[in-house]
Design a protein around this ligand. Structure first.
Ligand code: G1P
Length: 308
């Protein structure tokens, strides 16, 4: 059975509780990977032998968040099947003595309590998160975007959860990127938090501003821990960049009340939302695997040498 956590108690100030739920938006069409995503969700594209979405759920569980809500849409049935029991398959693996595979298949089901809600209309990331309101209720919660995978040894999300519980403010993860990336990410205006060396106080956020309008080079990567007042801000948020209701714009309103926090991340992150980066991530993940890595690295060496 999935591990359960006790209902969190209010802290001394009577407000902040420790996040225990994670929301994973997974309603996107995955057009960048067509035709591979014509009949399967992009979240099911594998890195070696695990679909990308499984890495994301595992990361949430490592941070103590084992109540997962996926925001899905049409054509995402495979996600539900992946995290559900596969009775016939399990029976067959047991009957043929394939214990390792059986354990791997069952582990996915036992990972977390996974819930689903459908977005209905593709109105943007902010709108997708708004669809989680009923499930999340009046608690802080994490958001993990599936295009960003964080190295399995990193403790980024745990740290974000800690900072949210400590400050009672929303927390985002940022990385410093070059000018050419400032039109691909939300970008923040921030100053170091005197109380914590790795934390910034964020006073403004702009969605994909480009170099000319960016307040800094600190780009939002797809990890958020949000306080529940974000839902009211989302409801007030008008369509922004690309005509979509942007989470960045809702957080901008939230940051106006009092700075929200950012953790500057310098560890391993894989971008699996673009073809080239997805290929790099696949190679990196394969090279790190104990079972495949040594032979695969040998292959890569001779392959690269052969390229001259
Ligand atoms: C979303 C957010 C953006 C953030 C990015 C991280 O953009 O809107 O602020 O920087 O994720 O991956 P998307 O990649 O969905 O266009």
């Amino acid at each position: 059975m999935p591990r359960r956590h006790a209902t969190p108690a209010p802290d001394d100030e009577g407000g902040t509780v420790r996040p225990r739920k994670a929301v994973i938006p997974a309603a996107g069409l995955g057009t960048r990977f067509l035709p591979a995503t014509k009949a399967q969700p992009k979240e099911m594209l594998p890195l070696v032998d695990k679909p990308a979405i499984q890495y994301v759920v595992e990361e949430a569980v490592r941070a103590g968040l084992d109540d997962i809500l996926m925001v899905t849409g049409r054509g995402k049935r495979a996600l539900e099947d992946h995290f559900d029991h596969a009775v016939e398959l399990e029976r067959q693996l047991a009957a043929t003595g394939k214990e390792d595979l059986l354990a791997a298949v069952q582990a996915v089901t036992n990972l977390a309590l996974v819930h689903y809600v459908r977005q209905g209309k593709p109105l943007g990331l902010g709108h997708a998160i708004g669809c989680a309101r009923h499930h999340v209720g009046d608690e802080p919660f994490a958001v993990l975007l599936g295009d960003d995978l964080i190295g399995e040894d990193e403790r980024l999300l745990q740290r974000m959860v800690d900072v949210c519980a400590e400050t009672g403010r929303s927390v985002i993860a940022v990385m410093e990127f070059g000018d050419e990336d400032l039109s691909r990410y939300g970008v923040v205006a921030a100053e170091p938090d005197p109380d914590h060396p790795d934390v910034y106080r964020v006073t403004d956020l702009v969605e994909k501003p480009g170099k000319a309008n960016a307040p800094s080079n600190l780009c939002i990567i797809g990890r958020y821990v949000l306080t529940p007042d974000i839902f009211d801000h989302i409801e007030q948020t008008k369509p922004g960049r690309g005509g979509e209701i942007q989470l960045t714009d809702a957080m901008r309103a939230q940051a106006r009340d009092e700075p929200i926090r950012a953790i500057k991340f310098t560890g391993t992150r894989y971008d699996v939302g673009q073809k080239g980066d997805y290929l790099k991530a696949t190679v990196q993940v394969a090279a790190k695997r104990h079972d495949l890595g040594p032979e695969f690295i040998e292959f890569l060496r001779s392959f690269v040498a052969g390229l001259g």
